[in-house]
Design a protein. Structure first.
Length: 57
């Protein structure tokens, strides 16, 4: 797993978490849902990278 790909996944997770929290505090359900989606994409990206790394070994 390259460090750039790992950083992209972590950044996507953090950005999603920030959007989700902002949506909760502001009461915007759409922003909250977008944040959850973005965080899930980051989680999925990280899982794929870990799987790819495990297959290489």
């Amino acid at each position: 797993m390259s460090s750039t790909d790992k950083n992209k996944a972590k950044l996507e997770q953090a950005r999603g978490m920030a959007k989700e929290i902002a949506g909760r505090f502001s009461g915007h359900k759409r922003t909250e849902a977008d944040g959850r989606t973005e965080r899930s994409k980051g989680d999925l990206r990280e899982a794929v990278l870990k799987l790819r790394d495990a297959v290489k070994r």
